[in-house]
Design a protein around this ligand. Structure first.
Ligand SMILES: NC(=O)c1ccc[n+]([C@@H]2O[C@H](COP(=O)([O-])OP(=O)(O)OC[C@H]3O[C@@H](n4cnc5c(N)ncnc54)[C@H](O)[C@@H]3O)[C@@H](O)[C@H]2O)c1
Length: 445
């Protein structure tokens, strides 16, 4: 039981909702059916509760309604079985929000060009909820955001019509920790942190997630829950920044950074390995720390670690391009006019997500220097980002056609790395995928 809840004290609205959740009679609503929302709503439906997914993207709704998935971690079979069983439906009709007992918000929280938080998606979703809010509903924000969002942005809008959080309806934050493509850690076994605006909200949110998650971690407030996620992702961004700087340093010192990390990680305590790479990617690590630094700045606090790590990590694509230039130089070739082929456009292996992918920056920098850029990525058939308009070619085709430099930007399992080493005149390996292969034409980070 969360701190502050007196078990002898009964509150009819809370008790009714608790009862509906525990008996699986509650109807669950999830707003935003992307990488986070779709697995969540499917998991709820699989647990035997009625779930409705809401999205503004009609094509996603149609796909789900046909029993299909568009997210690699969610199988078509899972979607089909819950849709056919009548446990999952999906809609763009937000009036149906009035019919659900609980609402999880999983909409994007990107940065503006100025690196300020863009909460417009959250605000739009919350305004939709506010229009249909009725007593006894539980609203949980899952989108990653700065501490204070729930109490400063969400709560006032929901209370606008006179209902009060913690009394008439319930409100909580629960950070999403899903790791797309990770088969070991899934919704069920990743512990779920929940923090409500009040103990009743925390208790209800904990009960709800208890239907689909093994371990619930209640915390004292929404602010703590919001901050937990930002600590987790800032921790990663800063440590990746540290090893990226170490990689640059090691090159100057003529030390193999990968060998150093491999040896250091044999220490059984007090060390955790992080690896250098071509730069940060995805919707989380490059973005979330700036939500925190923005919020800190509002109270005059300068978050130096975040800024420094951001600076180092953002410089990595440029460093990769320098390595490509060095590699080509070893063959007496210039970047201009050389055929440079990128293996992987996604930000991490075995997924098709290109958001903030460093491969995009690398491609753009190479193009600007006059290289003839092409790429292979079985998960990313086309790229239309900024000045980039590229269509993937198969890796086999690229190697058969001939290229001047291969860059391993994303270590997808499906690539034939032996073939790349055999057929490319020079290879820039940004992921240490070719570890153990010693050849003069391989250039590591
Ligand atoms: N992708 C991840 O690995 C991951 C991990 C942890 C946390 N998060 C966080 O979860 C949140 C969602 O991320 P995501 O990766 O699922 O994003 P996504 O872009 O994959 O999905 C968001 C969905 O929300 C929909 N949407 C946007 N505005 C809407 C509105 N007003 N009403 C209804 N639907 C709307 C979009 O159409 C889209 O389908 C973000 O805050 C992100 O930082 C993401």
């Amino acid at each position: 039981m969360p701190r502050g809840v007196d078990p002898s004290y009964s509150h009819p609205v809370t008790d009714a909702l608790l009862d509906r959740i525990r008996s699986k009679k509650a109807r669950i609503g999830v707003i935003g059916l992307g990488y986070v929302g779709l697995p969540l709503v499917v998991e709820f439906a699989k647990s035997g509760v009625q779930a409705i997914g809401f999205d503004i993207d009609a094509s996603k709704i149609e796909t789900i309604s046909h029993g299909e998935s568009y997210i690699p971690d969610v199988s078509n079979e899972d979607v089909t079985s819950v849709v056919d069983a009548g446990l999952l439906s999906a809609t763009t009709d937000f009036t149906q929000l009035a019919d659900v007992d609980t609402i999880n918000i999983c909409v994007p929280t990107p940065l503006r060009k100025t690196k300020d938080p863009d909460l417009s998606y959250v605000v739009t979703a919350v305004e939709q909820i506010a229009t249909h809010l009725r007593p006894g509903q539980l609203v949980i924000l899952e989108s990653t955001t700065y501490p204070g969002t729930v109490t400063e942005v969400v709560q006032p809008r929901l209370e606008d019509q006179g209902l009060r959080a913690g009394i008439d309806f319930f409100l909580a934050f629960s950070p999403e920790r899903v790791d797309p493509g990770n088969a070991e850690w899934t919704t069920r076994n990743i512990p779920k942190v929940v923090g409500g605006t009040d103990p009743r909200s925390t208790e209800l949110a904990a009960a709800l997630y208890g239907l689909i998650v093994d371990t619930i971690v209640p915390v004292s407030s929404t602010r703590v829950a919001e901050m937990v996620k930002l600590l987790e992702n800032t921790f990663r961004a800063v440590n990746i920044g540290l090893v990226n700087e170490l990689a640059l340093m090691c090159r100057d010192l003529d030390v193999d950074v990968w060998e150093v990390i491999d040896a250091a990680k044999t220490k059984p305590f007090g060390f955790m390995p992080f690896y250098p790479g071509p730069g940060l990617g995805g919707h989380c690590i490059p973005v979330d720390p700036f939500y925190l630094s923005w919020k800190a700045r509002q109270s005059g606090f300068e978050s130096r670690f975040i800024e420094l790590a951001g600076h180092i990590n953002a410089g990595m694509p440029r460093y990769v391009v320098e390595r490509v230039a060095e590699a080509l130089n070893s063959r007496e070739r210039a970047v201009r006019g050389s055929r440079v082929h990128l293996f992987g456009m996604a930000y991490k292996p075995n997924v098709g997500d290109v958001r903030e992918s460093p491969a995009l920056d690398i491609a753009e920098l190479l193009l600007r220097q006059g290289a003839i850029v092409s790429y292979s990525d079985p998960f990313v058939p086309t790229v239309r980002e900024g000045c980039l308009t590229l269509d993937a070619v198969s890796a086999e085709q690229a190697l058969a056609d001939g290229l001047d430099a291969a860059v391993i930007t994303t270590h997808h399992d499906v690539f034939d790395y032996d073939g790349i080493v055999r057929l490319a005149p020079v290879v820039v390996d940004t992921r240490n995928t070719l570890s153990g292969i010693d050849a003069e034409h391989i250039f590591r980070l």
